[in-house]
Design a protein around this ligand. Structure first.
Ligand code: AMP
Length: 249
């Protein structure tokens, strides 16, 4: 497995791969089986798989959240079995001082956008930069971040980017909690309680009743809504935010 930190080096490598099909998985690291399932899908579909690990500062609303985001690059590289891992430096990615940004003006204002105002502009900008650097045939995104997946698909269509965006199902812990890098920030009690979030979100109760029950259990609820043929939710357990969604039958 080749670990590449320098973008000039990556560009030279990329030229040498021109005849191969390439699958790409952008991540922020602290890898778990959810990320690894995207890698497996890419490996099955493509000759070469590239994973990027970059904790993108521009998509965090709060400095504290960015500072606390779990960073485990060495362990991540041990877990990965792909062809290339790209670990770009912030200064190389944002050599423009983030003076060029990509903003979507409709879907990005909904749901997550109401609670994390700068998030989607930061996310779309970094994904666009990475897609332009990797020139992949396919890029893999989790359905767990459903609004993100919709926005990335919309961006690729709107900007005529020749990478196919593939949505992959959410991988869960045995008790149903969607795997997430932020789960490692939960203490034992919080982790025990967290499993009730997907259980309620995927129940036959109405969105209103789910909200009431979550509040009575001690969750702070940002939203529980039904749209895009999904039921989506975002909640807090103290200062850890969890999001999830299920397809409506
Ligand atoms: P992140 O490192 O959180 O930015 O996630 C990188 C990619 O992995 C995104 O496309 C996520 O949607 C996806 N992902 C995160 N958690 C899961 C999961 N539990 N199952 C499947 N995909 C996931």
């Amino acid at each position: 497995m080749n670990i590449v930190t320098n973008l000039k080096e990556w560009k030279t490598i990329r030229q040498s791969l021109n005849s191969k099909t390439i699958g790409f998985i952008p991540t922020m690291g602290n890898l778990h089986d959810g990320h690894l399932s995207l890698c497996e899908k890419s490996k099955a579909d493509n000759e070469i798989t590239v994973v990027s690990i970059f904790v993108n500062p521009t998509q965090f609303n709060q400095k504290k959240d960015f500072a606390n985001y779990p960073r485990t690059v060495d362990l991540d590289c041990k877990k990965l079995d792909v062809d290339f891992v790209l670990l770009p430096e912030k200064n190389e990615i944002y050599f423009d001082n983030y003076e060029i940004q990509l903003t979507e003006t409709n879907l990005s204002l909904d749901l997550e956008g109401q609670f994390r105002p700068v998030h989607f502009t930061g996310m779309l900008t970094i994904v666009l930069k990475l897609l332009n650097l990797i020139h992949a045939n396919r890029a893999y995104f989790g359905e767990k971040d459903y609004q993100q997946l919709l926005l990335v698909k919309k961006m690729v269509e709107a900007l005529f980017i020749p990478t196919e965006i593939i949505g992959c199902e959410t991988i869960r812990a045995e008790d149903g909690l969607a795997l997430s890098s932020r789960n490692s920030l939960l203490n034992k009690n919080q982790r025990e309680k967290a499993k009730l979030f997907p259980q309620l979100l995927n129940s036959n109760l109405s969105a209103h009743d789910i909200t009431e029950q979550l509040i009575s259990l001690g969750f702070k609820v940002d939203y529980i809504v039904e749209k895009w043929q999904r039921r989506l939710g975002a909640v807090w357990l103290d200062d850890v935010r969890l999001i999830d969604n299920f397809r409506l039958c």
